[in-house]
Design a protein around this ligand. Structure first.
Ligand SMILES: Cc1cc2nc3c(=O)[nH]c(=O)nc-3n(C[C@H](O)[C@H](O)[C@H](O)COP(=O)(O)OP(=O)(O)OC[C@H]3O[C@@H](n4cnc5c(N)ncnc54)[C@H](O)[C@@H]3O)c2cc1C
Ligand SMILES: NC(=O)c1ccc[n+]([C@@H]2O[C@H](COP(=O)([O-])OP(=O)(O)OC[C@H]3O[C@@H](n4cnc5c(N)ncnc54)[C@H](OP(=O)(O)O)[C@@H]3O)[C@@H](O)[C@H]2O)c1
Length: 454
């Protein structure tokens, strides 16, 4: 029977409830077919990195979840929270019950630097720090030693800027956000005075975007230090900045020049932005004490310049390091995986007929929330083109629900999530915060148990 008709609605399972999962759902609802979407999410709470990545002091960005709420209110949608695909249900099990699966499970791990000492104590990833201050349950019990006076952040993307800002702000500036309370308690004890954001290439190549860079100049308790000599551009840099896709970099240069021209005041903390340096070794007796950095020079055509070491190194004392050099996707049993790219290999979103992917696990860990919309639309177009050939052995979800119940998995529905949401907002109000997140799955499920009893 042809899928997508009233007699045989197209049944799609979406794995992951971040932006790409919601945009794929929206595209399916707009496709003009009879369709049903079951969205599986490993946490009891939706929204992926919008909840556990976007910085707490950027609340407006999180308003995008209102769009996702609207998509979720469609009667063709069902949320299956607290279900990990690959553990609670296998990909093979899902395949029997749906015409198509769309993997939108993001990139939860991190790229490695591959240098000696990388795993010393006090050498952390931005990934884990961000997830910790945002209250992700899997990172709830991480400890970050903020008793050091110097912190080095490797990488100059927007995630690195987020980490710098959180370290460079006072807790009074963060207290009313939805930052996890355990993070506020730890940050209140921070001894950090100097923060270094280190890039392997130059100012003209920095990956951060102008709006985020500009915010660094507005920090209340931190001075920003940029060395004017680092802003000297080579003729190749000048040519690079004239390229049509380098508008962000041109604006970054203006902002960096403004920051470099400021008089450094006497604020409690200093944020240094340093260029042309790569870490080559982390040293310490059990825990990080020193970082060996190599000076770089750039070579290559405009727009393709790469950093190569000059052989000249400096050793700087630093007791704390955050590697912010990009996220990385992880494999899932039953799905092909591209080991070096960390993605599910695909052609415009099609892994194979019946299996599709969108978002960071499709294209790699880059792009803002909005980038995921056209990306998911492209994937859904590939799926719709395959629809005449898609089949479903058991077109219902009841057997899956029974299997999960047998395994003791408490499936969290969207209305359950809305109860968690309401409780988090109410708990936040008690202490003047926009939201007090539950940071343990057990607490989220206990709340739902109580609500069920009432
Ligand atoms: C620290 C940080 C800050 C950011 N800030 C901004 C910002 O301010 N503005 C902006 O526009 N963009 C921002 N971005 C980018 C934006 O968050 C991403 O573009 C977007 O979240 C990617 O969406 P996604 O759906 O592909 O993945 P994700 O948002 O990561 O969603 C993946 C979802 O899949 C779930 N999942 C994973 N494995 C399984 C499994 N086995 N079974 C079931 N579910 C699973 C995860 O729990 C998660 O909910 C930020 C990114 C980071 C890392
Ligand atoms: N406010 C926002 O809108 C916001 C906030 C956070 C994240 N995001 C988005 O989320 C995406 C991911 O952000 P991201 O910061 O994780 O990644 P990113 O933008 O790709 O930046 C990664 C940084 O790491 C550096 N790097 C990579 N490998 C390195 C190595 N081996 N040694 C030294 N440096 C290395 C890169 O330098 P090179 O340039 O030399 O490779 C770059 O500076 C981006 O698209 C970002 O815009 C947006």
């Amino acid at each position: 029977m042809q899928a997508g008709t009233p007699d045989s609605p197209l049944r799609v399972a979406i794995i992951g409830s971040g932006p790409s999962g919601f945009y794929a759902t929206e595209a399916l609802f707009k496709a003009g077919l009879e369709v049903r979407v079951d969205m599986y999410e490993k946490l009891p709470v939706p929204f992926g990195l919008v909840r556990s990545g976007v910085a707490p002091d950027h609340p407006k960005i999180k308003n995008v979840t209102r769009v996702y709420d609207k998509i979720a209110s469609d009667p063709r949608f069902c949320f299956w929270g607290n279900v990990t695909i690959g553990e609670d249900l296998t990909v093979e099990e899902l395949k029997a019950h749906y015409h198509a699966l769309i993997f939108t499970n993001g990139a939860s791990s991190d790229r490695r630097l591959g240098i000696p000492g990388e795993d010393l104590a006090r050498s952390y990833t931005a990934t884990e720090f961000v997830a910790w201050y945002n209250g992700h349950p899997e990172y709830r019990d991480r400890q970050f030693d903020l008793s050091q006076e110097s912190a080095v952040i490797i990488g100059q993307g927007n995630v690195a800027i987020d980490v710098c800002r959180i370290l460079a702000k006072s807790v009074d500036e963060l207290r009313q956000t939805d930052i996890a309370s355990h993070a506020i308690e730890a940050l209140a004890e921070s001894k950090i005075k100097d923060i270094y954001m280190v890039g392997r290439r130059g100012p003209a190549q920095a990956a951060f975007t102008p709006q985020e860079a500009k915010e660094l100049g507005e920090l209340a308790i931190s001075d920003v230090i940029v060395k004017p000599e680092d802003l000297q551009l080579s003729p190749i840099d000048e040519a690079e900045l004239q390229l049509p896709d380098k508008g962000h970099n041109r604006k970054n240069m203006e902002i960096l020049r403004d920051l470099a021209g400021r008089t450094v005041g006497a604020r409690a903390r200093r944020l240094h932005i340093a260029f042309f340096l790569s870490p080559v070794e982390l040293k310490g007796n059990g825990a990080l004490e020193e970082i060996v950095l190599e000076h770089n020079q750039l070579s290559g055509e405009p727009g393709r310049q790469k950093a190569t070491g000059t052989g000249e190194t400096i050793t700087v004392p630093a007791g704390l390091l955050f590697r912010s050099v990009g996220y990385r996707g992880t494999p899932m049993p039953g799905v092909p995986f591209h080991e070096s790219w960390g993605v599910f290999p695909n052609e415009k979103g099609r892994i194979e007929a019946g299996m599709y992917t969108a978002g960071w696990i499709k294209r790699g860990p880059s792009g803002i929330i909005g980038t995921n919309k056209p990306d998911s639309v492209e994937t859904v177009q590939a799926l719709i083109a395959d629809t005449p050939n898609l089949t479903c052995l058991q077109p219902n979800s009841e057997l899956l629900a029974a299997r999960l119940k047998q395994k003791g998995v408490r499936v969290v529905s969207y209305s359950d999530w809305q109860k968690i949401d309401a409780a988090e907002i109410a708990n936040g109000q008690k202490s003047g915060k926009s939201r007090e997140k539950f940071t343990r799955v057990a607490d989220m499920l206990a709340l739902l148990d109580e609500a069920d009893k009432a």
